[in-house]
Design a protein around this ligand. Sequence first.
Ligand code: SF4
Ligand code: SF4
Length: 88
Amino acid sequence: MINIDEDLCKGCHLCVFICYKNVYAVSLKPNKKGVLLPYPKFEKECTKCGDCELMCPDQAIDVDIETHWWVKEKDSKFNPNFNNKKES
Ligand code: SF4
Ligand code: SF4
């Protein structure tokens, strides 16, 4: 599952361009910050490579990956505050 934190996302759309499976589409309606948010329209195509999560300059993406190859810790979160913020 892919989650995008809309409070962190600035709408640069790097994730849209980086995804080699073209998973993302861009919302036509701006959110409260005026950002056209990406969303995983074709999520079933996602291979969980993690590139979008790693590339996002604002750590606004969380992909359900068991082990991040760039962290090498099982069940680690690239942005440890991502879920904490959601739960607060
Ligand atoms: S790369 Fe990150 S900040 Fe940029 S649009 Fe995607 S989720 Fe938002
Ligand atoms: S994890 Fe890889 S395949 Fe999945 S949306 Fe991100 S870049 Fe695309």
